[in-house]
Design a protein around this ligand. Structure first.
Ligand code: NAP
Ligand code: GCO
Length: 263
């Protein structure tokens, strides 16, 4: 179907030198888009560029911290000059800190909110004006199971991802009339460096208890892979989703549908 094609589109995927962002950007390139990504230092950009090249993708990489509004504005202006106007933005850059709430400093809490919630606000704000002028735009915010659920140690992350769900709905509400669709993509538990500590083998070689817990809590009975997000991301970036706005598409192997196994 031609309306799933991203041919001629320019996609900016934040924090996409590896992990979920890299897989999403690679799938968008496969669908025909030109890929632009950023990360926080040159080493990551070089690593990312090499990984894209290995897949036959000619990506454009920029050093830019999504929490720095001046840097983001300058980078978006540079991308518009060097590559073109951004048609698709994927707010993927994010961090997590797993600390019990009563032991967490306000500084750590703020840092998570800054990267995971203020970052998407700052980058979306920078790209929307040109999208309005161009007459269309797609913004995909990478949400989480924690946009809906809580669990011990992730208060800041859950607050940020819950906020990102509502920022998604608000961007859709505020800019839908300009033919801008803003949707969320909510990955379940995906095997990436971010979740590696939750999958570390125990000293006796057995599974980490959290690893076993996730397998039991997921009807698909496995962790997701970054590639599981590829098709849904291309859908939300393409004309096939032009009347889908303010929606959060959970790609979680069924976690949110499931009450869990009886112990
Ligand atoms: P990851 O492996 O840690 O990758 C995140 C990327 O964002 C890294 O390249 C990171 O760079 C970059 N980044 C961090 N802070 C940044 C900043 N201020 N400016 C620009 N880039 C920055 O994480 P992932 O698992 O692929 O996750 C990607 C997104 O999906 C995140 O928003 C995450 O919350 C979300 N998510 C992940 C899962 C999961 O199970 N893995 C599930 C749901 C949602 P550094 O290497 O320097 O940190
Ligand atoms: C955690 C996890 C998560 C996931 C993800 C779930 O510690 O519970 O890291 O929160 O990475 O966002 O969708």
């Amino acid at each position: 179907m031609s309306n799933f094609s991203l041919k001629g589109k320019i996609a900016l995927v934040t924090g996409a030198s590896y992990g979920i962002g890299f897989a999403i950007a690679s799938s968008m390139a496969e669908a025909g888009a030109t890929i632009v990504f950023n990360d926080i230092n040159n080493e990551l950009i070089e690593k990312g560029l090499a990984a894209y090249k290995e897949k036959g993708i000619q990506a454009h990489g920029y050093v830019c911290d999504v929490t720095n509004e001046e840097q983001v504005n300058a980078t978006v202006a540079q991308i518009e000059k060097e590559v073109g106007v951004i048609d698709i933005l994927v707010n993927n850059a994010g961090i997590i800190k797993r600390i019990p709430m009563t032991e967490m400093s306000a500084k750590d809490f703020r840092q998570v909110i800054d990267i995971d919630l203020n970052g998407p606000f700052i980058v979306a704000k920078a790209v929307i004006p040109a999208m309005i002028k161009k007459g269309h735009g797609k913004i995909i915010n990478i949400c989480s199971m924690m946009s809906e659920l809580g669990r011990e140690t992730v208060s800041a992350y859950a607050a940020a991802k819950g906020g990102l769900k509502m920022l998604t709905r608000n961007i859709a509400s505020e800019y839908g009339e300009y033919n801008i669709q803003c949707n969320g993509l909510g990955p379940g538990y995906i095997a990436t460096p971010q979740t590696a500590p939750l999958r570390e083998k125990q000293a006796d070689g057995s599974r980490h208890p959290f690893d076993s817990f996730i397998i039991a809590k997921t009807p698909a009975a496995r962790w997701g892979t970054p590639e599981d997000l590829a098709g849904p991301a291309v859908f939300l970036a393409s004309d096939a989703s032009n009347f889908v706005n303010g929606h959060i598409l959970y790609v979680d192997g069924g976690i949110l549908a499931y009450i869990g196994k009886q112990p």
